[in-house]
Design a protein around this ligand. Structure first.
Ligand code: FAS
Ligand code: PHB
Length: 408
């Protein structure tokens, strides 16, 4: 099998890259180890930055997002029973975010790929990337029980944190930066309308909690069905900080609601509506960056190169930024013969990645209470929050970072 760009992974990075290359007249093959149902059902990110929403529209993949997604102009910070709304457009010259789940983004991109006809092989597991530092990189893979080789001009690892592509970068040339956190997120999807119309990030002595939401389409409705949901029909997506290594089975339904209620406490009459839990899972918290994001004709994009704790809602958006940057560079090389944007890819992405790492780290340490937190650290957290809610400069930094960084 042969193609111009061999893409490993059909998550947001791989699917959007394939779409952008198609629009630029560049052929590609996407190899995805799981089946379509798994990829379309995997509950992950829920917030699209302004740049991500714009990129999906420009790629011709934003129609259902515009119909079913929800524009959000603010988020609420909650601490010491206080509530503070951060007005995103007012602080960023008009930028907002869109609530539209990663599952839906993937469904839309898979549907487009299937329509446009470019090869997207499910249950095709890449085994290794070979010859990355030659003119003919190859991806060895197994599909339907048979081993095969995908010859390509360029190989792109969009295969996530546990993928194989990164291994093709010689250890002597790689630098890894990593931090793990002593806590994780217990995430639930609940069949009850959200108790607030925007996201709520709560810092509490008992730990962090997040109130988010999902369009009803997230209830595993196959993409393409009509009937746009009325905004009121959204369901609740909620997260609780739990100790690292927690098993979701340790938490019963009532216990989860009771703990959420404690952490979202306010001085006013706000209440948390309860309902049946549809889905429950634990996400570990990690900061990780692999440098460089290129080796010869192998490029890394998305979680294959970097991981952020989800507090800043950056993971999916960084993956989109990498795909946009790489597609632009490959199209430039096809049009002009010049490799200059390809040569600039890693540095350009890493500038954006490190800004997102800094913001995600700041939001995580601002809002989560470490198991060994001291009274001093509690007071510093509250002082940091007080600074944000009382200083337009500090609040602007949060709003600019939350709505997203320009794609290089
Ligand atoms: P992905 O991991 O999405 O996709 C990689 C794909 O490659 C997968 O489909 C995988 O099956 C495939 N693959 C792996 N190895 C392969 C091989 N050898 N051969 C072929 N295919 C292979 N981000 C947020 O912004 N907000 C959140 O709330 C949030 N929650 C998350 C919860 C969880 C449990 C996880 C794991 C991540 C979460 N993230 C969140 C981050 C997440 O959204 C990622 O940033 C996003 O999926 C990155 O997209 P990709 O880089 O495409 O990687
Ligand atoms: C989500 O809706 O899944 C979500 C929202 C904001 C975050 C993280 C996750 O910061």
């Amino acid at each position: 099998m042969r193609t111009t760009v061999g893409i490993i992974g059909a998550g947001p990075a791989g699917l959007l890259l394939a779409r952008l290359l198609h629009n630029a007249g560049i052929d590609s093959v996407v190899l995805e180890s799981r089946d379509r149902a798994y990829v379309e059902r995997r509950q992950r990110a829920g917030i699209l930055e302004q740049g991500t929403a714009d990129a999906l529209r420009a790629a011709g993949a934003g129609e259902r997002m515009d119909r079913e997604g929800l524009r959000h102009d603010g988020i609420e910070l909650r601490f010491a029973a206080r509530r503070h709304r951060v007005d995103l457009p007012a602080l960023t010259g008009g930028r907002s975010v869109t609530v539209y789940a990663q599952t839906e983004v993937c469904k839309d991109l898979i549907a487009l790929r299937t329509e446009e006809g470019g090869p997207l092989l499910f249950e095709a597991e890449a085994l290794a990337v070979e010859g990355a530092d030659t003119d003919r990189p190859r991806i060895r893979f197994r599909h339907q029980g048979t081993e095969d080789v995908l010859e390509c001009d360029y190989a792109v690892g969009c295969d996530g944190f546990r993928g194989v592509a990164r291994r093709a970068v010689p250890a002597r040339l790689a630098r890894v930066f990593e931090r793990t956190y002593p806590f994780a997120w217990l995430g639930v999807l609940a069949d009850v309308p959200p108790s607030h119309d925007e996201l709520v990030y709560a810092r509490h002595d008992r730990g962090f909690a997040l109130l988010s939401m999902r369009p009803p389409a997230t209830r595993h409705r196959p993409s393409g069905q009509a009937a746009p949901p009325p905004a009121g029909s959204f369901v609740s997506r909620l997260y609780l900080q739990v100790p690292e290594g927690t098993d979701a089975g340790e938490w019963g339904e009532e216990e989860i609601w009771d703990e959420l209620e404690r952490r979202f406490e306010t001085a006013d009459d706000w209440t948390l509506k309860r309902g049946p839990l549809i889905q429950k899972s634990v996400t570990p918290m990690r900061s990780f960056v692999h440098e460089p994001m290129r080796h010869g004709r192998l490029f890394l994009a998305g979680d294959a190169a970097h991981i952020v704790p989800p507090t800043g809602a950056k993971g999916l958006n960084l993956a989109v930024g990498d795909a946009v940057t790489l597609a632009r560079a490959l199209a430039h090389e096809k049009r002009t013969g010049s490799p200059e944007l390809l040569d600039a890819y890693s540095g350009s992405c890493l500038r954006r990645v490190w800004q997102a790492e800094r913001f995600s780290y700041d939001m995580t340490t601002l809002l989560h209470r470490a198991p060994d937190a001291t009274g001093f650290e509690d007071r510093i957290q509250l002082a940091r929050l007080e600074r944000i809610v009382s200083s337009r400069a500090a609040e602007t930094d949060l709003a600019e970072c939350y709505t997203g960084f320009p794609f290089g």
